[in-house]
Design a protein around this ligand. Structure first.
Ligand SMILES: Nc1nc2c(ncn2[C@@H]2O[C@H](COP(=O)(O)OP(=O)(O)O)[C@@H](O)[C@H]2O)c(=O)[nH]1
Ligand SMILES: [Mg+2]
Length: 523
C-alpha cells in the first residue's frame, strides 16, 4: 500500500469511527498530495505525447541510449504502449500501467534516470482523442507530459486548439522540439521562440522547450539532466508528503486507542463483551419471558381442545372463561408477548449494554471518547433496544399458531352423544318420578349386582365415558401444548438474544472492525 492509500484508508476508518475531524483533515491531506504529486509514488513519471511520426519513440531511444521502442518511418504503425522504468521501480508504477493498459515494461539500470519513468503511449495523441488515455485523463496521474513536436507540426492548429484546453495544467507540461537536425542553428532559436509565442497565445507560459535531435543525439545531455533534477525534486516532495501522511495515519490510530506498531487489541476484551451480552440478554428474557409465553401457549392449546372436544360442562366453562377475559389473560401467548414492556423496566437490558460501551470507549483517549461513544451507539441504545424487542416480539407473535388436532372434534362428537344419552336417561327418571301413573322401568341384569334400572346404567355409562374422554383429551392437549410451548419459548428466546446482540452491540462491532482495519493500515 502506498502512503497515500494508507492515508485514504485511515480517513475512511476515522469516518467509520465517528472521528469526523480526523477524517476531514486526512482527506484534505490526501487531496493536497494528489494535487502536488502527479504520480503519487516517489518516481517522476513523464509521458511522451504528440502526433504520430514526430519522433516520440526516437526521443525515448535517444534518452535511453539504446533502442527501447521501435521507431518507424512507415505509417501507420501498430505500436504498443510501453514504459521505460528503472528495473527496481517496476512494481511502483505497476498500478498506473495497469490503469493505462501498458503491458510492455522495459527495465533499465541508468543511474542518472533511476528516478524517472518514461511512457511512450502512441494512443495518447492530440488528434486521436477518442482513445482511452487522453492527455486530460493522464495529467492528474503523472508528473509531466512532454509534448514532442517537430519543425513541420509544431504549429498545427489542431494541436494548439487542444493545448488551449489543457492550459490550466501547464505546470505539468514540457515541450521537446525534435528533429532539430533539419534546422540551421539560427533557425532553431527562431522556431523555439515562435513555439513559445504560440504557446503564450494558447495561455501556456513559462514552459521548458528542449531543442533535440533524436537522430544525432543533440540536446539530450541537457534533457537528461533536467529530468534527473526534476526527479530529485519530486522525490523530496514525495518523501515529505509521505511522512505527513504517515504522521496523520498515526494520529488517527492513536485517536482510536491504537498504539502504532503494537498488535491490535479490541476495545472490549472478548470475555467482557460476551458477559455483557449474556447479562443484557438475560435482562431481556426477564421482560419478554419465554417461559411465560410457553405457559400461555399450553393454556391456549388446552382451551382450544376443550372447546372442540370437551363435554357439555367443559364447553360451558370454556365459554365462560372467554367471556370473563380469563382466557385473554392466561391463554393468549401473542398478547402476552406484545405486553413485554409491562413486565418491568428496560434497565436490566440497557445497563449491561451501556456499561460495556462506556468501558469500551474508555480505551480511547479522552479527546475522542465522546465521539467514539456516540458511534458505539450509547446515546440511542434505549430507543434501539426497545425497537428491537418490539420487532422481535411482534414478529414472534405474528408467527404464533395454536396447534389443533383431528382427534378433538371426534372426541367432541362422542362427548355430545354421551351428553345426549345422559339427558335422555335423566329425562326418563324425571318422567318415572313426576310422570303420570306407574311407569315400568326396564332393568338389565348385571353380574354381582342383579337387575339394575336401565336409566341408571345409562347415566353411569355416559358419565364414566365422558370423564374418561375428558381425561384423555386433557392428557393429549397438555402433551401437544407443552411441545408447542417449548417450541415457542425457544424461538422467542432465540429472536430476543439475536436482536439484543445485533442491536445493542452493532456499534461496538462496527467500531472494532474499523479499528482492526486501521491497525493493519497503520502497521
Ligand atoms: N531527421 C530526423 N528524423 C527523426 C528524428 N526523430 C525521429 N525521426 C524519424 O521520424 C520517424 C518517426 O519516428 P518515431 O520515433 O517512430 O515517431 P513516433 O510515431 O512519434 O514514435 C522515423 O522514421 C524516425 O527515424 C530526428 O530527430 N531527426
Ligand atoms: Mg512511436
Amino acid at each position: 500500500m502506498t502512503p497515500l492509500e494508507r492515508l485514504e484508508e485511515a480517513a475512511t476508518a476515522a469516518a467509520d469511527l465517528g472521528l469526523a475531524d480526523h477524517a476531514r483533515s486526512a482527506r484534505a491531506l490526501a487531496d493536497r498530495i494528489r494535487q502536488r504529486l502527479g504520480f503519487t509514488g516517489g518516481l517522476y513519471v513523464m509521458a511522451l505525447v504528440g502526433g504520430t511520426g514526430v519522433g516520440k519513440s526516437s526521443v525515448l531511444n535517444a534518452l535511453a541510449g539504446e533502442e527501447v521502442s521501435p521507431a518507424r518511418a512507415l505509417r501507420p504503425t501498430t505500436e504498443q504502449p510501453l514504459a521505460w522504468v528503472a528495473s527496481d521501480a517496476r512494481e511502483e508504477v505497476r498500478p498506473l500501467l495497469d490503469w493505462l493498459g501498458v503491458e510492455r515494461v522495459v527495465g533499465h539500470d541508468r543511474s542518472d534516470l533511476a528516478g524517472v519513468a518514461i511512457l511512450d503511449l502512441p494512443d495518447v495523441d492530440s488528434v486521436r482523442l477518442e482513445h482511452r488515455a487522453t492527455v486530460d485523463a493522464l495529467l492528474p496521474r503523472i508528473d509531466a507530459v512532454a509534448w514532442v513536436v517537430d519543425p513541420e507540426k509544431y504549429d498545427d492548429e489542431r494541436l494548439h486548439e487542444y493545448l488551449r484546453r489543457l492550459a490550466p495544467h501547464s505546470e505539468r507540461m514540457r515541450f521537446v522540439f525534435n528533429k532539430a537536425d533539419h534546422l540551421e542553428p539560427q533557425q532553431r532559436q527562431l522556431l523555439a521562440d515562435d513555439l513559445r509565442g504560440r504557446l503564450a497565445a494558447d495561455g501556456i507560459d513559462g514552459v521548458t522547450i528542449d531543442m533535440v535531435s533524436a537522430l544525432d543525439g543533440g540536446g539530450f545531455e541537457d534533457l537528461r539532466s533536467e529530468l534527473s533534477r526534476a526527479a530529485e525534486g519530486k522525490a523530496i516532495v514525495a518523501a515529505k508528503l509521505a511522512t505527513d501522511a504517515a504522521t496523520e495515519v498515526d494520529a488517527i490510530a492513536r485517536a482510536a486507542g491504537l498504539e502504532p506498531g503494537k498488535p491490535h487489541s479490541p476495545l472490549l476484551p472478548t470475555k467482557e463483551r460476551e458477559m455483557a451480552i449474556a447479562a443484557a440478554v438475560e435482562g431481556a428474557m426477564a421482560l419478554v419471558d419465554p417461559v411465560g409465553v410457553s405457559r400461555q401457549m399450553e393454556e391456549a392449546v388446552s382451551h382450544r381442545a376443550r372447546r372442540q372436544g370437551g363435554s357439555l360442562l367443559a364447553r360451558i366453562l370454556t365459554l365462560f372463561s372467554s367471556i370473563t377475559g380469563r382466557k385473554r389473560r392466561q391463554a393468549d401467548p401473542g398478547a402476552y408477548l406484545l405486553e413485554w414492556r409491562r413486565r418491568g423496566s428496560l434497565g436490566h437490558v440497557l445497563n449491561p449494554v451501556r456499561s460495556a460501551l462506556v468501558k469500551a470507549a474508555g480505551a480511547v483517549p479522552p479527546a475522542t471518547r465522546p465521539a467514539v461513544l456516540r458511534t458505539l451507539g450509547a446515546d440511542d441504545a434505549e430507543t434501539e433496544v426497545t425497537r428491537a424487542l418490539d420487532r422481535a416480539t411482534r414478529q414472534s407473535a405474528g408467527e404464533l399458531t395454536v396447534p389443533r388436532s383431528m382427534l378433538w372434534p371426534v372426541v367432541g362428537f362422542v362427548q355430545l352423544l354421551s351428553g345426549a344419552v345422559l339427558l335422555f336417561a335423566i329425562a326418563w327418571y324425571l318422567l318415572v318420578i313426576f310422570g303420570p301413573g306407574q311407569l315400568p322401568v326396564a332393568t338389565v341384569d348385571v353380574p354381582y349386582l342383579g337387575p339394575v334400572p336401565t336409566p341408571l346404567l345409562l347415566i353411569t355409562g355416559a358419565l364414566v365415558l365422558s370423564l374418561l374422554l375428558g381425561f384423555v383429551l386433557n392428557l393429549h392437549a397438555r402433551w401437544i401444548g407443552r411441545r408447542a410451548g417449548q417450541e415457542v419459548a425457544a424461538r422467542v428466546g432465540e429472536a430476543v438474544s439475536r436482536s439484543i446482540t445485533t442491536v445493542g452491540f452493532a456499534g461496538l462491532d462496527a467500531v472494532e472492525a474499523a479499528r482492526r482495519h486501521l491497525s493493519s493500515v497503520a502497521a
